[in-house]
Design a protein around this ligand. Structure first.
Ligand SMILES: NC(=O)c1ccc[n+]([C@@H]2O[C@H](COP(=O)([O-])OP(=O)(O)OC[C@H]3O[C@@H](n4cnc5c(N)ncnc54)[C@H](OP(=O)(O)O)[C@@H]3O)[C@@H](O)[C@H]2O)c1
Length: 259
């Protein structure tokens, strides 16, 4: 149907097995807290074990699973434990990211490579880990946290922006490939959210949200079965219009807006 959601609705999180990768801080931690409060069984992964334990504290259905997304063997071992204990997952959300505000003349190639590995390449490792079981069962959800920085080239996002543009493209491919096989795919494009990641920005961030607001938007979008979950809409809609403009107008407007 023309206006129905692209994914099935997921009205209840209670009892769902959710793997949040990048759950030690910011949006991932807020997603974990809200899902735990609703009774989901949540696996919390990232590198900082103590930060994960703080998020999980007081929730017996939380499971802290430290993981460096750049380590393929760690993915394999983590998922083997999950299968042994919980027989798989219902949803994975890829939240891990690396970001450094930098103009094009400031990029250090080794750091650029690292950012692309964390933000993009590691998602392929994660997908290879969980997809075979999801496909065999014909059920499961995959969420990619991209960004409005992937909508178009924005200054300072010289490495981060292309990694997020690639995630948007990847989510579209995943939806096309997997929807007919019973899997849900969610593309999350937040505007600015106040986290450790954006604390590095020394420019003003319009329509800044809290991680809790972002997490509420994301869970609401997943509940409603949306494919693209973007927020805050007063900001993302402006960018979506800019995205449609011919380059001459877009560049002129962007430089006026962003200086
Ligand atoms: N904040 C924003 O304005 C904004 C806007 C659009 C999109 N996003 C996206 O939202 C997601 C969450 O970002 P955030 O703003 O919440 O930032 P954040 O607080 O810095 O969270 C980043 C998460 O990634 C994890 N991580 C980084 N490298 C990792 C690695 N090698 N292995 C495992 N985990 C790793 C970090 O945990 P450890 O350090 O413990 O490993 C942390 O949990 C990211 O995808 C980001 O690009 C954020």
């Amino acid at each position: 149907m023309m206006w129905s959601a692209l994914n099935p609705e997921l009205p209840v999180l209670q009892g769902k097995r959710v793997w949040l990768v990048g759950a030690s801080s910011g949006i991932g931690a807020a997603l974990a807290r809200q899902a735990l409060a609703e009774g989901a069984q949540v696996i919390l992964s990232a590198r900082r074990q103590s930060a994960l334990e703080t998020v999980a504290a007081g929730h017996p259905q939380a499971w802290v699973m430290p993981l460096d997304v750049l380590d393929p063997q760690a993915w394999t071992a983590a998922y083997a434990s999950i299968k042994a204990r919980w027989d798989g997952i219902d949803l994975i959300v890829f939240c891990a990211a690396d970001y450094r505000p930098e103009r094009s003349w400031e990029v250090a190639p080794q750091q650029a490579w690292q950012t692309l590995q964390v933000n993009l390449a590691s998602v392929y490792t994660g997908l290879a880990t969980v997809l075979p079981d999801m496909l065999a069962k014909g059920q499961g959800g995959i969420g990619l946290i991209a960004s409005v920085a992937g909508y178009m080239g924005l200054p300072n996002a010289t490495v981060y922006g292309p990694s997020k543009a690639a995630l948007i493209n990847l989510a579209e491919i995943l939806y096309t490939d997997l929807h007919g096989k019973g899997l849900a795919v969610y593309l999350v494009n937040p505007g600015f959210v106040k986290t450790g990641l954006t604390a590095k920005n020394d420019f003003s961030m319009p329509a800044l949200q809290t991680p809790e607001q972002a997490a509420r938007e994301i869970w609401q979008g997943i509940r409603r079965g949306r494919f693209e979950i973007h927020f805050p809409r007063r900001f993302t809609r402006v960018l979506k219009v800019l995205q449609l403009l011919p380059y001459r107008w877009r560049f002129a407007l962007l430089s006026r807006l962003l200086g």
